[in-house]
Design a protein around this ligand. Structure first.
Ligand SMILES: *Cc1c(COP(=O)(O)O)cnc(C)c1O
Length: 496
């Protein structure tokens, strides 16, 4: 069977893929990582002939080693279907000197759909394989996009409930509306009086509480996670980096083996980690360009080797990247520490206790492929306007952060490699910020007027996800303090 999953914090905890998906988080707060990064067993000239779904199978079969071919193909078929508004699932469009990998063609118009449309199928398949009788309670912290994508994926899935916590004052109006109008008997949405890091910390605490786990179990429940700490999120994200290389090759934009760069607008470090895995699997990627907004903790980390979250949390126009504790970085730390769980655990303890840690020079050397930079609010707005004026193409704020950082990288290094920019959300999800960037006088219009204006300017059809919320009733209005998150969960499940 070969590949299994290890915890980044305990060398003796080893599980199969399906168990890792079910558990979400390892014991002691560790993350599950594959015991080795598998190499692609198809050449890119073969992959270039394949559909998105076929490539998904070729990549995911290497990680989900205890799934049968039939099980995995069923999950892929069920996930990547007409829920996406393009047959290719992800579009790759050339604008200026870069290829934008549009990952927002799914049901909730952000890249989270790429993984969260398949996660419910991976989860229910895993539950069946492991003879789980408990109802699975998906507990999720969101900076805006994960919440809606997870709600859409798990709504009315038998044997599951989903509870989403979001920062009440830290998401875009459209993001909030998308979540609070969610239908489904098994869905719960709660705003917290805190930021994303507070939500994520509160959720992680519940995962690690053995007393709560016991109470849950007695009542017939167990937790799992839809956050990018779940390996069932990470693995499907590797697929589109392999796919984008295959697509460039199929179109004759690159020669087989020619190296490309990838730019990823980054928050929790899940998406760019998937690109790193794609590189380690054999995709010819030279640089992984990590783009941050003004919460530039990762830029500082790649520049100095010191990760330091002791700073002001800034609310920006790219809220899904407003994060100071990038959870998935732990997987890179573990990898570059020579897969040493004790060493990693020590650094994470330091992060927990002092808010910072410093990696060794040897570890930094192993992170050579990463380049970090950031874009200010003003630079982000300028990028949107400049692209609109040059190409008539309208980027969302997150993609604009990536575009802006790409220009800085190119200026600094003169690197002329072909470059893929992960385009993580539809501009319709951040309409106000996007329209203000193009012309500040739009600011006095209502959100729905701006949507119609964006449609006029871009000529891009208004997505169904936006049409759906125009008149949908608000079904969730609970707000709580950060310290009451656990109380809310117990109330929902009627325990304790
Ligand atoms: C979640 C998200 C990001 C950040 O992705 P990570 O995997 O957390 O680094 C960037 N852009 C958008 C639109 C997102 O929803």
């Amino acid at each position: 069977m070969g590949l299994v999953y290890n915890s980044t914090r305990n060398a003796s905890e080893t599980v199969q893929a399906s168990e890792a998906i079910l558990k979400g988080l390892a014991n002691e707060g560790g993350l599950f990582v594959p015991s080795e990064i598998p190499a692609l067993d198809r050449s890119f000239s073969e992959l270039a002939q394949m559909s998105y779904q076929e490539i998904a199978y070729e990549v995911m079969k290497l990680y989900l080693t205890d799934f049968t071919e039939e099980e995995l193909k069923h999950c892929i078929r069920s996930a990547y279907d007409s829920k996406f508004d393009t047959e290719s699932i992800a579009s790759l469009v050339k604008k200026k000197d870069a290829y934008f990998l549009e990952l927002f063609h799914g049901a909730t118009i952000a890249f989270k759909d790429m993984a969260l449309s398949i996660l419910p199928y991976l989860m229910t398949t895993s539950a069946k394989k492991n003879h789980v009788r408990n109802e699975i309670v998906i507990l999720t912290a969101t900076s805006g996009d994960t919440g809606k994508a997870a709600l859409a994926g798990f709504a009315d899935v038998p044997g599951t409930r989903i509870i989403v916590f979001y920062p009440k004052h830290g998401v875009s109006p459209i993001q909030e509306r998308q979540m609070v109008t969610q239908r489904g008997e098994n869905t719960y949405v709660i705003g917290i009086e805190g930021n994303f890091d507070d939500a994520q910390t509160g959720v992680k605490k519940m995962f690690q509480d053995p007393v709560l786990a016991e109470e849950m179990n007695a009542a017939g429940y167990q937790f799992s996670s839809a956050n990018s700490i779940n390996i069932g999120r990470l693995v499907p994200q590797v697929v589109y980096y392999v796919y984008s290389y295959a697509a460039l090759l199929a179109r004759g934009e690159i020669r087989e083996g020619e190296e490309i760069n990838v730019v990823v607008p980054t928050g929790n470090f899940g998406n760019i980690l998937a690109a790193y895995y794609a590189k380690l699997m054999g995709t010819p990627i030279a640089k992984l360009i990590c783009a941050s907004n003004e919460n530039k903790v990762l830029f500082d980390f790649f520049s100095t080797g010191c990760y330091d979250r002791n700073r002001e949390f800034i609310l920006t126009s790219s809220p899904s990247m407003d994060i100071l504790i990038s959870s998935n970085l732990e997987r890179l730390i573990y990898q570059t520490a020579g897969r040493d769980a004790d060493k990693n655990k020590e650094l994470m303890r330091s992060l927990n206790e002092t808010g910072r840690y410093t990696v060794t020079d040897e570890m930094r050397r192993q992170m050579d492929a990463f380049y970090g930079n950031y874009a200010s609010e003003q630079e982000t707005a300028q990028a949107i306007k400049a692209m609109y004026e040059a190409e008539g193409y309208i980027m969302d704020t997150h993609t604009a952060v990536a575009d802006s950082v790409y220009r800085k990288y190119k200026e600094e290094t003169k690197d002329g490699r072909k470059t893929v920019i992960a385009s993580t959300a539809s501009p319709y999800k951040f309409t106000r910020s996007v329209m203000n960037a193009i012309d500040p006088s739009y600011d006095n219009r209502s959100d729905f007027e701006l949507i119609d204006e964006l449609n006029k300017l871009s000529g891009v059809k208004i997505p169904q996800a936006i049409e759906d919320i125009r008149s949908a009733p608000v079904l969730h209005d609970t707000v709580c303090e950060t310290e009451d998150m656990c109380k809310e969960v117990k109330r929902i499940l009627s325990i304790g």
